[in-house]
Design a protein. Structure first.
Length: 757
């Protein structure tokens, strides 16, 4: 990975505050002392803020309010604190909190991990928390050494007095009881932080704190949790994704399974799940056998006849309705300008249902102690999950405590709380602690997957080939609206209602187009039959698929090279100032590194480009990709190389940033070429990796990843590269064999058909 240090114009980064109600309080939850993890705080610890403690032995325990799912966010949070605290990295440990609202994200107002928001939104708060501890420790050291605090400096978990050549360790200060101050929000806000030049830890590839326990086997995932007296639950599921009800259960055959306890119909008041039955047994093997033996009579409900084809047909019908949807963007007069355009392009783009397929299947363990429910799991949205679990149980939210574990993959799947709801209801029905584990088939068929989307772009080009009018309709289920959290919705620009901005983010792109409209249209059929969730990159995964493919189509229609065409539109006019410059810079860099336009290509090979702001405009990470592909005569696409450049402002841990960009790029490649789920008769047809086929090792391309470091505020790396790879590949396929594919995934059959047309 190359880290490129350069200056860039400031982008306007407006912080968004999602006010999500606090719903649960609870006890701090710690882990046994292992490398990288820490035990629960003790009475003698120094705790200047809620985000860390320092023990009398000098151990710094960072309380990570973000879900650790392999993206190393726990190390990033700890690194930010340790930088300003001047802590020795070997002294730092991590621990995860409960869903107590005191651990809420300081900007988002909830315990939530997603959107590549973590470092961007928490950089300032974690830095100030670390600085508060350093200042307090220095003042306490002054008392111990009998010197003015102004003469002291902190470094590597010690406070030094250079004039006398004396020093005192953080451990000695805390053990002596001298450090006691707890900082108020106003005091934290007044702290002056280090400048970029003064940082010694942020920007360094220090060892990731979650790696040792994961490699030595001591890391505890949700699936590892064991509770005293615990039984196991296995789901028996209806043949439709959503809307079924249980008419009757015959457990006579299940009673013959050794260890079978009972079958529990999961009656969920929140309607997160419908028609589910849990077989409870003393072993998981017994629970699986019992679930298979249950004879359940289901009412399949109103969605039994819905299919991917009918959802797509309904989307196309809705798009044709003039009054459908709500406007996300409405600048100028797109319709009027379209009527006067020299050339008009009408383009349809689709994406299929996609599943998360985390390596650790969904699971949770639940038990009741008195009036309190304890749920053990790995979750990305503890605030909401605690609330819906309480609602399903019919108890006060304060009576539900979530105990956070490591996540064996998240990708947005664990933003939903169905596993907590199901485990809690199973435990309630069984009258004892229950660990509920989804099989892979359960996981895929009942996933809150990425919705099937249909997008219509109508583009008016002027005499010079540049767009003068841009109309973009996005039709799909609205995952965020399903959560029923009004603060997560966005008011339409015409003030006619609230829309799910997380289905159209990215459609407000950084290209200068004088007349631009974007409609968000809810597909109610999809909403009911395929309750959808947030999958890595969310809307930009499909909006940029359409936009970056369409840009190439416009360039081709105008007879202009696609790179030059993009750069001409990234002029930074008006609201696009700053951001367009950074995006153009990333594109320039990717093109230069890839050899686009300069490297000789064999027959059937091509290079394609795409450049995106990756996420919401307020939290953009400026990312460009050049894909080099080879297309066989039968339409099979082989990606030979991906060149990815991402401007993330400040890389807290460059190795971690590289890993995230690499993983995101390969995820984008997998969705672009391989992954597809289909709905038939109301149910997902694929049940395992033989039918739902993600990227395999044999399909890995060469990767060239570069990070642009320019000192701007830190942005995210978890999602950006996911959004840019698909359109870059499609554009490369067109340049290789003249086949334009407008649907994801890009299958060999689709390419071959386009080659013949």
């Amino acid at each position: 990975m190359d880290t490129i240090d350069r200056s860039a114009n400031d982008a306007t980064l407006n912080r968004r505050s999602f006010l999500v109600g606090s719903v649960a309080t609870g006890l701090a939850f710690g882990y046994s002392a292992v490398p990288g993890l820490a035990a629960a705080p003790t009475a003698g610890d120094f705790e200047p803020t809620v985000w860390y403690t320092i023990a009398p032995n000098g151990t710094v325990t960072v309380i990570v309010g973000k879900s650790e799912m392999g993206q190393h966010v726990s190390s990033a949070m700890a690194q930010l604190i340790a930088e300003e605290l001047e802590a020795d990295w070997k002294d730092v440990r991590i621990s995860f909190p409960t869903n107590d609202p005191k651990y809420n994200d300081p900007v988002l107002g909830a315990l939530i991990t997603g959107g590549s928001w973590s470092v961007h939104y928490n950089f300032d708060a974690m830095s100030r928390a670390g600085a508060a501890g350093r200042i307090t420790l220095i003042e306490a050291a002054g008392e111990m050494l009998h010197v003015p605090a102004s003469e002291l400096r902190a470094q590597n978990s010690r406070v030094h007095h250079d004039k006398s050549n004396k020093s005192v360790s953080y451990a000695q200060i805390v053990a002596g009881g001298k450090a006691r101050k707890v900082w108020s929000p106003d005091e934290l806000k007044a702290i002056t932080l280090k400048t970029r030049e003064q940082r010694t830890l942020v920007g360094r590839s220090v060892p990731q704190l979650d790696v040792p326990p994961k490699t030595n086997g001591t890391a505890v995932y949700g699936i590892d949790v064991f509770l005293p007296g615990m039984a196991y639950g296995k789901l028996a599921l209806p043949p439709v994704r959503y809307g079924a009800t249980v008419k009757s259960v015959d457990d006579s055959a299940a009673k013959k399974v050794p260890g079978f306890l009972k079958a529990v119909v999961l009656e969920d008041k929140t309607q997160t799940i419908t028609g589910w039955v849990a077989a409870i047994a003393t072993t998981y093997e017994g629970a699986m056998q019992a679930a298979d033996a249950l004879k359940i009579d289901w009412d399949k409900g109103p969605n039994a006849g819905v299919s991917s084809d009918s959802i797509l047909a309904e989307a196309k019908r809705l798009q044709q309705e003039p009054g459908a949807g709500l406007y996300f963007v409405k600048t100028g007069d797109a319709a009027g300008a379209m009527a006067k355009a020299a050339k008009v392009l009408e383009l349809d783009y689709t994406t299929s249902i996609n599943c998360h397929c985390t390596m650790e299947p969904m699971n949770a363990a639940a038990m009741q102690q008195g009036d309190t429910w304890h749920v053990y799991l790995g979750n990305q949205f503890q605030t909401r999950t605690g609330a819906i679990t309480a609602a399903a149980l019919g108890v006060d939210p304060k009576q539900v405590i979530l105990h956070q574990q490591f996540l064996g993959g998240g990708f947005g799947r664990r933003l939903d709380g169905d596993m907590a709801v199901a485990a809690a209801l199973a435990a309630k029905g069984a009258g004892r602690p229950v660990k509920l584990i989804y099989s892979r088939a359960d996981d895929i068929t009942m996933d809150f997957g990425r919705p099937l989307t249909y997008q219509k772009l109508k583009l008016g080009l002027g005499a010079d080939g540049k767009p003068v009018a841009w109309e973009h309709d996005v039709v799909c289920a609205w995952p965020t609206a399903r959560w029923n959290i009004p603060a997560f919705l966005s008011p339409s620009v015409d003030k006619k209602g609230s829309l799910d901005g997380f289905t159209v983010n990215g459609a407000d792109h950084w290209y200068t187009v004088p007349n631009h409209s974007v409609r968000a249209i809810l597909n109610e059929l999809a909403q009911k039959a395929t309750p959808s969730g947030q999958l890595r990159s969310v809307a930009p995964g499909w909006t940029f698929w359409a936009i970056e493919s369409a840009i190439d189509e416009m360039a081709h229609a105008a007879g202009v090279d696609p790179v030059a065409y993009r750069l001409a539109l990234l002029d930074g006019a008006g609201a696009n100032a700053g951001g367009a410059q950074r995006l153009a810079d990333a594109l320039h860099t990717a093109v230069g590194r890839s050899g686009y336009g300069a490297v000789p290509l064999a027959k059937g090979e091509g290079m394609g480009v795409a450049c995106v702001s990756s996420q919401e405009r307020a939290t953009a990470s400026w990312t460009a990709c050049v894909a080099h592909v080879a297309v066989a005569a039968d339409g099979t696409v082989k990606v030979k190389k991906l060149t990815v450049v991402s401007d993330i402002g400040t890389a807290v841990n460059p190795d971690g940033a590289r890993a995230q960009v690499e993983g995101a790029a390969l995820w984008g490649l997998s969705i672009a070429l391989f992954e597809q789920a289909t709905l038939r008769d109301g149910g997902i047809e694929q049940t395992n990796f033989d039918g739902y086929t993600p990227l395999r090792m044999a399909d890995l391309p060469e990767l060239d990843v570069s990070i642009i470091a320019n000192g701007q505020p830190a942005t995210g790396t978890g999602e950006p590269a996911t959004t840019v790879v698909g359109p870059a590949i499609a554009n490369a396929v067109f340049n290789a064999v003249g086949a334009r594919v407008r649907s994801l995934p890009i299958t060999a059959d689709a390419v071959k058909a386009a080659m013949k047309s």
